[in-house]
Design a protein. Structure first.
Length: 508
C-alpha cells in the first residue's frame, strides 16, 4: 500500500509539472490557425526546442467514402500519393501522360470483356489482357521509381508514412526546420498534380497485403466477418483493405475520380509543429497549398445503422489460438456520453490493475490477455464498444465470455470506487500530456480535433469531460449499452490442421 501511494504521488507530481507547460492557455499563445482562401485549414504550433518540425495532413475521407464496387479505394489512393507528380517520378511527363491514357483505354476494354456474364470470348480476352499489359510496359519506361520519397529522405525526412482507416486518411513525417519550403512544395504538389503511375503494379501490392493481413490471418478473417455482421447497413461493413473482387477491378481512372471528389481543400487540415515561426510559415504554406483547386464539397451522408434487436454470432474454426470477441453498438464521438465510454474503457482495460486483467489473467488465470475498448471499426460514426480475451490452453471461449459478463454485470449493478474514479481521471491527464510531448503526436491530435470538432481546443476539453463523469453515469451507460440484443459475438475455435483445412475449403 505504501508503494502504491508513493507511485500515485509521483504520477501526480509529474503531471503537475508537465501541466504547467502544456495547458490550454500555454498552447493558445503558440498556435496560429489559418483558413486559406481555397478552404484548407492550417494549424501552426511554434515549438522551438529542437531544429525540426513535424506535420500531419488529415484528409476527411476514409473507407466509408469508398464508392460502391470500389472498396479499398481510399487506401489505394494513399499508395498513389507517394508515386510523384507531373514533375517528380517521370523522365518525360507529356509522353508518359499519353502512355497512361492508353493503359486506361486498354484496361477498360479488357474489363468490359472479362465481366460479361453472357458471350465472353476467351481468346479475345487473352488478347485484350496482353494489350493492357503491353501498354503498362510502355508507360513504365518513363517512370523514375520512388523519386518522391527519395527526395524527402535525402533531405533528412524521418518517419515518412501515411495511413488510411474507415474514417480518414493521413500523411505525416518530420524534417529539419530549414526544409519547410521544400516540404510545402512537395506536400502540396502531390495533391495538385497527382499522377496514377504504376497503378496496377501497386494494386498488386495491395492485393498481397490483403492476402497477408486478412486472408492468411485468422484474426484478420474473424474481424472482417465480425464487422460485416455487426454493421449490415452502414458503410462501416466495408474493409479498409477492400474486397478482393473490387481490388481486381477498379482502375486508375476510378482512383483519379475518387481524388477529384474527396481531396479538396475544405476536406483537409494541415498541422505543423516544431521549430517554425507562424509569421514565416503561413506565407509559404499559402504560396503552395493555396494552389490546390477548390471544388464543391462531396455529399457525405451515410446510411444509418438500424437498431440491433438480436444477438449475432460469427464462428471461425482454425488451427489458431482461440479468441473471444464481443461488441456492442454505441453512439459516435459527439455523444454526450463519449467520456463515459472512455471511463469504462480505462476502468476495464488500462494496465495490470484493470478489472479485466485482474479477473481473467491474474486471479482466474483463464486468459493470456483481456481488454475492452471503443472505436471498432472507427469512431466518427456510431460504432462498437468491444471486449475480448485470448483463452489460455485448457480453457474455452465460453469460460472467458462468462468471466467478461461477470465484470460487465458489476458495472451495471455496483458503483465503482472513489479510488478507481480518481485514477481514471489521473490517467486521462497523463495520457493527454504524453500525447502532446512529441511534435508528431501533437500534430496528429491538433489536425484530428480541428477536423472533427472544428476547434483544436476540444483536445484539452476531453479531460474536463472525464472529470464530470459520475459513478451513476457509468452504471446508466453500462445498462443501456451492454445488453444481449445489442451484442455481436466473434469466436475463433482452435481445431486440428485437417479440420481447419476442410473448414476453409482446403486453403492453407
Amino acid at each position: 500500500m505504501k508503494y502504491r501511494a508513493l507511485k500515485s504521488l509521483a504520477i501526480i507530481l509529474t503531471i503537475s509539472a508537465l501541466a504547467a507547460a502544456q495547458d490550454l492557455a500555454s498552447f493558445e499563445t503558440r498556435i496560429t490557425l489559418k483558413k486559406l482562401d481555397n478552404g484548407l485549414t492550417v494549424i501552426i504550433c511554434e515549438r522551438p526546442e529542437a531544429p525540426v518540425f513535424s506535420f500531419y495532413t488529415h484528409v476527411d475521407a476514409g473507407s466509408v467514402q469508398d464508392p460502391m464496387g470500389q472498396t479499398g479505394m481510399a487506401h489505394m489512393f494513399e499508395h498513389m500519393a507517394f508515386k510523384g507528380t507531373d514533375k517528380i517520378g517521370t523522365t518525360d511527363y507529356p509522353a508518359e501522360k499519353v502512355a497512361l491514357a492508353k493503359v486506361e483505354t486498354a484496361y477498360a476494354a479488357y474489363i468490359e470483356e472479362r465481366d460479361k456474364s453472357v458471350g465472353r470470348n476467351e481468346q479475345k480476352l487473352k488478347e485484350l489482357e496482353k494489350a493492357w499489359q503491353d501498354n503498362i510496359t510502355a508507360a513504365q519506361k518513363y517512370v523514375i521509381p520512388n523519386q518522391f520519397p527519395q527526395i524527402l529522405e535525402s533531405n533528412g525526412a524521418e518517419g515518412l508514412n501515411a495511413n488510411t482507416d474507415l474514417d480518414e486518411t493521413a500523411y505525416h513525417y518530420s524534417l529539419p526546420e530549414n526544409r519547410l519550403e521544400l516540404w510545402a512544395y512537395l506536400e502540396s504538389a502531390r495533391f495538385i498534380h497527382p499522377v496514377m503511375r504504376e497503378f496496377y503494379k501497386e494494386r498488386n501490392v495491395v492485393i498481397e497485403e490483403r492476402r497477408m493481413r486478412t486472408d492468411s490471418n485468422p484474426i484478420g478473417r474473424l474481424l472482417e466477418q465480425f464487422v460485416t455482421a455487426a454493421f449490415q447497413a452502414h458503410p462501416y461493413h466495408r474493409p479498409t483493405i477492400g474486397w478482393m473482387a473490387d481490388l481486381n477491378s477498379f482502375s486508375a481512372t476510378d482512383a483519379q475520380r475518387f481524388f477529384d471528389e474527396y481531396y479538396i481543400p475544405s476536406n483537409m487540415v494541415v498541422a505543423v509543429v516544431g521549430d517554425v515561426k507562424a509569421s514565416e510559415a503561413i506565407p509559404i504554406i499559402e504560396k503552395y497549398f493555396g494552389q490546390i483547386p477548390s471544388r464543391a464539397a462531396p455529399d457525405e451522408r451515410t446510411t444509418t445503422e438500424p437498431a440491433q434487436n438480436a444477438e449475432r454470432r460469427v464462428v471461425l474454426q482454425d488451427r489458431s489460438q482461440p479468441l473471444y470477441l464481443e461488441g456492442y453498438h454505441r453512439p459516435d464521438y459527439r455523444s454526450p456520453d463519449d467520456a463515459v465510454y472512455d471511463a469504462i474503457a480505462d476502468l476495464m482495460s488500462n494496465g495490470r490493475t484493470s478489472r479485466l486483467y485482474r479477473a481473467l489473467v491474474r486471479d482466474k488465470k483463464i486468459a493470456a490477455f483481456s481488454a475492452g475498448f471503443s472505436g471498432l471499426p472507427g469512431n466518427k460514426y456510431p460504432h462498437l464498444f468491444a471486449f475480448y480475451a485470448f483463452p489460455l490452453p485448457g480453457h474455452k471461449n465460453e469460460e472467458v465470455a462468462e468471466a467478461i459478463h461477470v465484470e460487465i454485470d458489476r458495472l451495471k449493478k455496483e458503483d465503482i470506487s472513489d479510488d478507481e474514479l480518481k485514477m481514471i481521471r489521473t490517467r486521462a491527464k497523463a495520457n493527454l500530456l504524453r500525447g502532446l510531448d512529441s511534435n508528431e503526436g501533437l500534430a496528429s491530435e491538433l489536425a484530428l480535433y480541428q477536423a472533427r470538432y472544428g476547434d483544436w481546443r476540444e483536445l484539452f476539453h476531453q479531460v474536463d469531460n472525464l472529470d464530470k463523469v459520475s459513478k451513476a453515469d457509468i452504471r446508466r451507460v453500462a445498462n443501456q449499452t451492454f445488453v444481449p440484443t445489442n451484442r455481436t459475438v466473434g469466436i475463433i475455435e482452435s481445431v486440428a490442421p485437417a479440420q481447419a483445412a476442410a473448414q476453409n475449403g482446403g486453403a492453407q
